[in-house]
Design a protein around this ligand. Structure first.
Ligand code: ATP
Ligand code: ZN
Length: 760
């Protein structure tokens, strides 16, 4: 519209409305609520210049006009001057906490994961950044406007004169301690000057600086092999294109993917841009992090042990462009890099990239959207990609890059599947079958190291009464207790409820309480007894509670102070130890028998990943997998290191049942203290969805409502329903029609999980 046209249109309005329309600016504000639409407020004059999108405000909400903190997401001209709007009460920030790209990204997350924009903002902006922790008010002084006049009038004592002289050298207020230092005086002369009106006191917000990690010793780049070089060339051409693309780097364990990430990042850093590297969990990937820190000057590692002020400081360093590479877990996808060049997601298949509280986003999808917005590539890497990513690559929606061979022409280790059904040792209650027992002995004799993988922690996963046949369960959860012998307690792995190991069955009072199954603690005891000369180290979430304990444990293993490392999936991730000549999977069945659509996929991933920890040097290595399901496809394909075979087989199965990735699933979970109420609410919502779906989307299927697999958790009763539909867009349309009209009882909570990966 030309200016002239605009003027004419204005002229058509009645005079009083004209004036109002010229002035009236409104702010759109979202709150930490599951609502999709922003509220509109008027902006009082005093905030007109100040308020920008991305700042927090205080505003009245609801009928009671409670003052609530929200996020201003847009400032715009009012469409009509007539509406009566409530005013903003207060603006809380002097600078926006988020730029436009981040506002758009968080808005998208709300839409994609069916939650409120304000909920997303509240979770994405670190608490320390919101509270500006690390900044504090500092008492400072400056010369008053009347200083010259007042000083003329009478001569100042020497000390006071010095203070004035110091202040004259500064154009800005000087902090009290600094002023005393420079004027070599105590607070007396300053106070005297204040009383005379020569000096004014102010409180200034000043920053506490964080500490950079001390610089790691920089090491040289490795010479890439031809497979790595070809892959790098393809990535670089994507980087140089200035366009977005998603690349899936499928490289077997030990193919040197990390080196390829590093070299790709080196290129984008040379353009003055920044990279974000997402890893499954910071504390579990010390080796990967060290490798980045040895190769780049300014690496920010975002981890969960940081204090609020450290996090705030890091956030600012990143926002100012001081950081070349940001390494962090899932939430680092929101790092405020001013000039993003690339996002890398290492071990793309790890479930930790999905957040399991609102907003239940998947970092891969958020990264994809962010990279699209910023027109930069996204690089996903894994030896065992998710079927979601694999399907996209085979359909050429994403680019597939393959590194089928290990570096230095090392072969992948042979995997032997051991059927334990007739094993004499297992029959006698041992967890180490004959073949594994012999192999451990041999590996130790040859001075090799051993990794043993078992996915159950504790001593015995089931406490069971032989007399009445019931498991001893947590009173708050639908889960049998696990015996932890070291604590002499039976523990719930969901809520940490614990009781002294029961001597009598709580149900029938019989003394026939038995402990069944093997957890990592029992395995540790068994291994130590079977190989008394070997030093054994256990790694699971019980033994690794202290920050830094992983790193310490892995250092011991690296230096050969430990011969046998055993543990849960913690030991399956990214470890690179050349001296490991044997990997044993104690019980592949425990993963396979989970009531989860992805049990087979997870089993394949875990076996392939843990198998990948051996044969990483010329010493070679072997893998033994103990199972009673030797014919299960996940185990068969993993033993041949055949990801493509597995993916083909599993995708075929999923296609037949219309399961993801061939459809989308959204799970809605209800919980509350009253079982009938939760059940009824869940059924009502399911029925409403069915009714709407009949007209709107006949292809959408509503499953349930039904009790959730874990019906009681932490004292709550839980029911769920699932919406299966061809696309996210269609689930959204359906859900939006229903959600607005829902009136849930106060005592029932509801959570929406789009693309759930946890079906408990
Ligand atoms: N071009 C190279 N020349 C020599 N050594 C290399 C080269 N590239 C990588 N390596 C080494 O090979 C080992 C395996 O590499 P890396 O850990 O990057 O593999 P990966 O593909 O990430 O493995 P995983 O998926 O198992 O984590 C490392 O010790 C690394 O230093
Ligand atoms: Zn419990």
């Amino acid at each position: 519209m030309s200016d002239q046209q605009g003027l004419f249109e204005f002229a058509d309005l009645p005079e009083w409305e004209q004036a109002a329309a010229e002035d009236l600016q409104v702010a759109e504000v979202v709150f930490n609520l599951p609502l999709e639409k922003p509220y509109t407020y008027s902006i009082p004059d005093e905030f007109r210049e100040l308020l920008k999108a991305g700042m927090r405000v205080k505003a009245p909400l609801g009928r009671g006009n409670r003052t609530v903190v929200g996020y201003c997401v847009n400032v715009r001209q009012a469409e009509s001057a007539i509406r009566k709007l409530k005013p903003i009460h207060e603006v809380l920030d002097s600078e926006p906490l988020l730029n436009d790209v981040m506002l758009k990204l968080t808005h998208w997350i709300g839409e994609r994961y069916l939650c409120g924009w304000g909920q997303v903002l509240d979770s994405v902006i670190p608490a320390g950044v919101r509270r500006k922790s690390g900044t504090r008010l500092v008492q400072s002084f400056e010369l008053s406007s009347k200083a010259d006049q007042l000083i003329e009038a009478g001569k100042l004592p020497k000390k006071q004169q010095t203070v004035v002289d110091v202040l004259r050298e500064f154009t800005e207020p000087v902090a009290a301690t600094r002023l005393c230092e420079l004027a070599e005086c105590g607070p007396g002369p300053i106070t005297a000057l204040r009383k005379k009106g020569i000096v004014t006191a102010l409180r200034i917000r000043s920053e506490v600086s964080g500490e950079m990690l001390e610089d790691a010793v920089q090491t040289e780049d490795l010479i890439l092999n031809s497979q790595q070089q070809q892959t790098l060339d393809k990535i670089l051409s994507a980087v140089r294109s200035g366009e977005h693309s998603t690349m899936l780097l499928h490289g077997v364990t030990g193919s040197g993917k990390t080196e390829v990430y590093i070299r790709s990042i080196r290129e984008i850093v040379s353009y003055g841009r920044q990279a974000i590297v997402l890893v499954p969990e910071i504390s579990l990937t010390p080796q990967t992090i060290r490798r980045f820190r040895c190769r780049f000057k300014s690496v920010a590692v975002l981890h969960s042990h940081m204090t609020d002020s450290e996090r705030h400081w890091q956030w600012q360093q990143i926002a100012q462009g001081q950081i070349e590479v940001v390494v962090g877990a899932r939430s680092a996808v929101f790092a405020p890099t001013p000039n993003l060049g690339l996002i890398v997601i290492d071990e793309e298949h790890e479930p930790t990239f999905k957040q399991d509280s609102t907003p239940r986003y998947h970092a891969r999808e958020v990264a994809r959207y962010r990279c699209m917005q910023e027109r930069v590539p996204l690089l996903l890497g894994s030896a065992t990609p998710t079927l979601e990513s694999w399907l996209r690559a085979t359909r050429r929606q994403d680019t597939l890059l393959s590194m089928p061979d290990r570096v230095a022409e090392l072969p992948l280790p042979p995997v032997v599947v051991v059927d334990t059904r007739n094993d004499p040792r297992i029959g006698k209650g041992s967890s180490l079958g004959r073949a594994l027992f012999t192999s451990i002995g041999r590996a130790l004799n040859e001075k090799g190291q051993v990794i043993l993988f078992l996915n159950l922690r504790g001593y015995s996963p089931t406490v069971w009464c032989r007399s009445c046949g019931t498991g001893v369960k947590c009173p708050d959860c639908d889960i049998t207790l696990t015996w932890h012998r070291d604590r002499a307690e039976a523990v719930c792995h969901s809520c940490d409820y614990s009781i002294p190991a029961p001597e009598k069955c709580p149900t029938c009072e019989s003394a026939a309480v038995r402990y069944f199954g093997t957890g990592t603690q029992k395995l540790e005891a068994e291994v130590a007894a079977a190989f008394p000369a070997a030093r054994v180290l256990r790694m699971d979430s019980d033994s690794m509670r202290k920050p830094g304990s992983h790193d310490e444990a892995l250092e011991k293993f690296r230096h050969g102070e430990v011969e046998i490392l055993l543990g849960t999936q913690m030991i399956a991730k990214g470890l690179d130890f050349p001296n490991v000549t044997l990997v044993g999977v104690i019980d592949a069945d425990s993963m396979l028998n989970q009531p989860d659509m992805r049990a087979s996929e997870r089993t394949f991933q875990l076996i392939a990943q843990v198998a990948g920890r051996t044969g990483r040097s010329s010493r070679g290595g072997r893998v033994l997998v103990q199972t009673t399901n030797a014919d299960a496809p996940s185990i068969k394909y993993a033993s041949k290191h055949d990801f493509m075979g597995f993916a083909y087989h599993e995708l075929q199965q999923r296609k037949e049942t219309g399961a993801p990735p061939f459809s989308t699933v959204t799970r809605v979970i209800f919980r509350g203290m009253s079982e009938p109420q939760v059940c009824e609410t869940a059924r009502e919502v399911a029925n409403k969805l069915r009714t709407v779906a009949k007209d709107l989307d006949p292809e959408a299927r509503i499953l349930g409502a039904a009790p959730a697999p874990i019906t009681r958790l932490r004292g709550y009763y839980r029911f769920h329903l699932q919406i299966a539909a061809p696309s996210h867009e269609r689930v959204k349309l359906l859900w939006q029609r229903v959600e607005g009209k829902l009136k849930l009882p106060d005592s029932v909570e509801m959570a929406v999980d789009v693309d759930p990966i946890n079906s408990r």
